[in-house]
Write a protein that binds this ligand. Structure first.
Ligand code: WT7
Length: 655
């Protein structure tokens, strides 16, 4: 890649016009921005008709800022909308999932009718264990069909799932189970990763030592390993679920009935339980999926390459696609499980038409070489999506040229766990695309970019991203903490939702997302707070103080760099290598391997302002090898120079 070429890519005026292949879609959707803008509530009320309601809502929005109610008097069942109604409409033989295992040759094809049977049996099984409407059920599973089945069976009963990513540690699992007071857990004995089995249930066993309210654990057998068993509490899925009746009568629940809780990192050490309800959430995930991915349910094979343990998996593996009745690929493995061309083999084998993934994965695939995608038939692809972090123009162009072969529009989709569904993204056929820009708010969504005082910035200027009108899939709050919800999102700029992201409007008025403006880091599209990692570090007996920053990283977007001062007694090592290893391991086991610092710098002191605040901004400069700006507010400016020196010495400790 030449400098000049990169310059051209970065040039904001470089736009790709809507692809002619999407003319039909464009004609069908012409005017939707205008229609939605003229009457956003009316727009959403019409979109709610995508769902099958037991009682159709007569109400649309009731808004008591910052608390919204959507479709308040409607009733429905989420699982019926995802599965039963397709079967009832004669589409039972359509494939819902092509499941592809990690690195074994296992595959499973599940039709909508079969999915209906599996969900019905699981609903009976959960009922037998005592699960009732309103109960919180933790789901801690690998990417196997039973994970989706469990989620659907839980909501079918009106219970609430809290899916916890399988990579989280026992501690992280326990704190989430306790926070939502989950009384049931669904898990598996183990998971596969690049062909080898690793146990999962021991983390559940360990977590439950501190969760006395959990009454039963339902365990899917995924590996051949032995597991510890607590007789009165643990139940095999095949014992409890497999023999159950194949039909299940579903009750209906109000639109605002709780659907799920999803934990995400905020700016404090305690993750927030982001809480979503049924009718508004389902309406917006269905609508956004339909328009942004130009769904053609009869012929599409969609692949959201994400884990169900994150919001992307909830909204765009489970609810959005299933409501739209599409066929999907559900893939258990990593991008290189079974070879670095694994993704391209899957695309070719199943005729994948839509691929939705994160910039980190794109950059990794790009690093592995152009020959790999080039060697496979990727002609089935129509649309490529990106999510989770700002996509750099170079990765965007690689995705377009080497995966989409310049035929497929790229939809860069901005949204959050809190927004529940896509908020900013181009529409294929209607919106031009630019390498690195999410372009514009979707129909029915109102956003703005404002300066420090909340005043709209002009074209060509940057500021803070805010959402100015309530939207159907917005979080209904932080589980158990309504005040924190109001304080975190609605107090920075009164009356509007503060997303925590920086954004820029280019000269055409199109939107570019610039990353977080708070203490939230984005590591490979995973959200972590600096405080959370600092908390884990100071939890180690040798550590006196820690400061964590997200430094830019070529592959993972950001990487964690920690500056640590040891307690005097612990600081008698001339070589810190062993303790650095131990601390990295400590963070991985306290939170998750995702949170493992790329680099730990031992320093006798941290740079602080005269009021005692750690100067993270300076540490970020150090971590990114930039020259430091104004250091005059520091108590001791020489500390920074010293740390910068240490940083260079330790550069070799990266792995
Ligand atoms: C944060 C939300 C949304 C599902 C995955 C992440 C960043 C997300 C983009 C994008 C730039 C993005 C933001 C946001 N982000 N998508 N297309 N361009 N940044 O969900 O864990 O709740 O994280 O991810 O910083 O605030 P999440």
């Amino acid at each position: 890649m030449t400098e000049a070429k990169l310059e051209a890519w970065l040039d904001e005026s470089r736009a790709f016009p809507p692809s002619p292949a999407f003319t039909a879609q464009a004609n069908a959707t012409l005017g939707i921005y205008e229609t939605a803008e003229a009457d956003p509530e009316g727009w959403w009320r019409t979109q709610a008709d995508r769902l099958t309601w037991t009682n159709a809502p007569s109400k649309t929005l009731e808004w008591n800022p910052p608390f919204a109610t959507w479709f308040g008097d409607g009733t429905l069942n989420a699982a019926v909308n995802c599965v039963d109604r397709h079967v009832a409409a004669g589409r039972g033989d359509k494939v819902a999932f092509h499941w592809v295992a990690d690195a074994t040759n296992e595959t499973r094809t599940i039709t909508y009718a079969q999915l209906g049977v599996l969900v019905a049996q699981a609903a009976h099984g959960l009922t037998q264990l005592g699960v009732r409407s309103g109960d919180r059920v933790a789901v801690y599973m690998p990417m196997i069909p039973e994970a989706v089945v469990a989620m659907l069976a839980i909501v079918r009963l009106g219970a609430v799932h809290s899916v916890i990513f399988g990579g989280f540690s026992a501690d992280a699992l326990a704190s989430r189970i306790i926070d939502a007071d989950c009384t049931f857990v669904v898990t598996a004995d183990g998971a596969f990763r690049r062909g080898s089995a690793s146990p999962l249930k021991p983390a559940v066993d360990e977590a439950l030592l501190t969760c006395p309210n959990v009454k039963a654990v339902l365990v899917v057998k995924r590996t051949s390993g032995d597991v510890e068993w607590t007789q009165s509490r643990d139940h095999w899925w095949h014992d409890v679920v497999d023999g159950q009746p194949t039909t299940h009568e579903a009750a209906s629940f109000p639109a605002e009935h709780p659907l799920f809780i999803m934990y995400t990192s905020g700016t404090t050490a305690k993750p927030k339980g982001i809480f979503h309800t049924t009718g508004g959430y389902l309406t917006q995930v269905a609508t956004s999926y339909y328009y942004v991915f130009d769904v053609k349910s009869a012929t599409d094979v969609c692949w959201t390459a994400a884990d169900i343990g994150w919001i992307t998996g909830h909204s765009y593996i489970v609810y959005g696609p299933l409501i739209n009745g599409v066929t999907q690929v559900l893939y258990e493995g990593l991008p290189d499980s079974g070879g670095r061309d694994r993704w391209w083999r899957i695309v070719a084998e199943y005729g994948v038409t839509m691929l939705y993934t994160a910039p980190t994965a794109i950059r990794t695939l790009m690093k592995w070489g152009d020959e790999l995608p080039a060697a496979h038939d990727l002609s089935s692809l129509r649309i490529l999506g990106s999510v989770g972090e700002p996509i750099n123009p170079e990765a965007w162009m690689w995705y377009r040229e080497h995966v989409g072969r310049n035929r497929c529009p790229i939809v860069d989709t901005w949204w959050q766990t809190e927004t529940g569904a896509l908020m900013i993204a181009p529409l294929p056929g209607l919106t031009a695309t630019k390498p690195g820009a999410a372009m514009r708010a979707l129909p029915g969504i109102s956003v703005d970019v404002v300066d420090n005082d909340g005043v709209t910035v002009g074209n060509g200027e940057g500021g803070y991203l805010v959402i100015t009108k309530p939207w159907p899939s917005m979080t209904r709050g932080i589980y158990g903490d309504p005040e924190r919800f109001a304080e975190t999102y609605w107090s920075r700029f009164p009356g509007v939702y503060f997303a925590g992201d920086g954004a820029k409007r280019d000269l055409d008025g199109d939107l570019w997302l610039l990353g977080r403006v708070d203490d939230v880091m984005n590591i490979s599209g995973h959200r972590l707070s600096t405080t959370e990692v600092e908390h884990a570090l100071v939890g180690h007996p040798a550590v006196a103080e820690a400061a964590v920053v997200g430094a830019s990283d070529e592959t993972t977007g950001q990487a964690i760099v920690a500056f640590v001062t040891l307690k005097l007694a612990a600081d008698d090592h001339s070589d810190h290598a062993a303790i650095i290893d131990e601390l990295r391991h400590h963070v991985a086991t306290t939170i998750s391997p995702i949170a493992k610092p790329r680099q730990i710098i031992m320093t006798p002191e941290l740079p602080k302002t005269r009021s005692g605040k750690i100067m993270r901004r300076l540490l970020r400069d150090v971590a990114e090898h930039r020259s430091m700006g104004d250091v005059t507010t520091l108590t001791d400016p020489s500390v920074v120079a010293m740390i910068a020196g240490l940083m260079e010495t330790h550069a070799s400790s990266e792995d």
